[in-house]
Design a protein around this ligand. Structure first.
Ligand SMILES: Nc1nc2c(ncn2[C@@H]2O[C@H](COP(=O)(O)OP(=O)(O)OP(=O)(O)O)[C@@H](O)[C@H]2O)c(=O)[nH]1
Ligand SMILES: [Mg+2]
Length: 217
């Protein structure tokens, strides 16, 4: 839920990157942190365990525009993908304004993707949120893998309702900012149209569907 501070004239939104274990959630935040100048973002806080697996969460604050005299700040979080961390996922998702679901395009990870998606919806249901209640953007990551599943197959399996989706390579940054822009636009759009009974799922600009792309080597 957006936090409005009238004294500092700041609005804060919370975006949470959920998804498949080892799918590339932390890599998204690392790329955003590397590419944005220090005036645009805070420090990246990562609580990682063995072999760089996210243990609790990653956190990166990002500044955005000044809208109607209020500075807009997005708090980006990742949650650990491992199943053992269901409780952590629930804690980090508290007050979420928008979700990015990072799926792994490796064929070996198809089942893990489906399980992670189910776990994400279950966690959101804990807050009485159902699909369509908040901006939800898919990122089909690791498109550089030679045996990556076709995007249409991933869409069919994971995104039958056709929410906004992006084919990405988080390790090089491909479509990391497009994904971030889509979810932040959708969150802002929802905030400005709060009175609406129907929450928006996509941004104010139409988002093209995920497509298989020719990636530069
Ligand atoms: N080939 C390829 N590897 C990637 C890509 N994105 C991330 N990786 C690699 O995948 C591994 C896991 O990436 P992370 O960003 O740590 O994944 P995560 O989802 O945060 O993992 P957990 O927090 O442990 O669930 C790392 O070795 C990354 O370098 C990608 O687009 N392509
Ligand atoms: Mg991680």
């Amino acid at each position: 839920m957006a936090t409005v501070n009238h004294r500092t004239r700041e609005v804060q939104f919370k975006i949470v990157y959920c998804g498949t274990p080892m799918g590339g959630k932390t890599s998204n935040l690392q790329h955003i942190h590397e590419r944005l100048g220090p005036s645009m973002r805070g420090d990246l806080v990562s609580i990682a365990g063995a072999a760089d697996r996210t243990l609790f969460f990653d956190f990166l604050p990002v500044n955005a525009h000044v809208i109607a005299g209020f500075r807009t700040r997005f708090q980006l979080y990742t949650v650990p993908g491992q199943r053992a961390f269901n409780e952590t996922r629930q804690v980090v998702l508290t007050g979420v304004d928008g979700v990015v679901f990072v799926a792994d395009s490796s064929p070996d990870r198809a089942q893990a993707n489906a399980m992670a998606l189910e776990a994400t919806w279950q966690a959101l249901a804990g807050f009485k949120l159902t699909p369509g209640d908040l901006p939800f953007v898919y990122q089909f990551n690791k498109r550089d893998l030679p045996d990556a599943l076709p995007c249409y197959e991933m869409q069919e399996q994971l995104n039958p309702k056709g929410y906004p989706s992006f084919a990405s390579v988080a390790s090089t940054g491909y479509n990391v900012f497009s994904t971030l822009e889509a979810v932040t636009q959708a969150v802002l759009h929802g905030f400005h149209h709060r009175g609406d009974r129907t929450p928006p799922r996509s941004g104010s600009r139409p988002v093209p569907p995920c497509q298989d792309v020719a990636l530069a080597s």
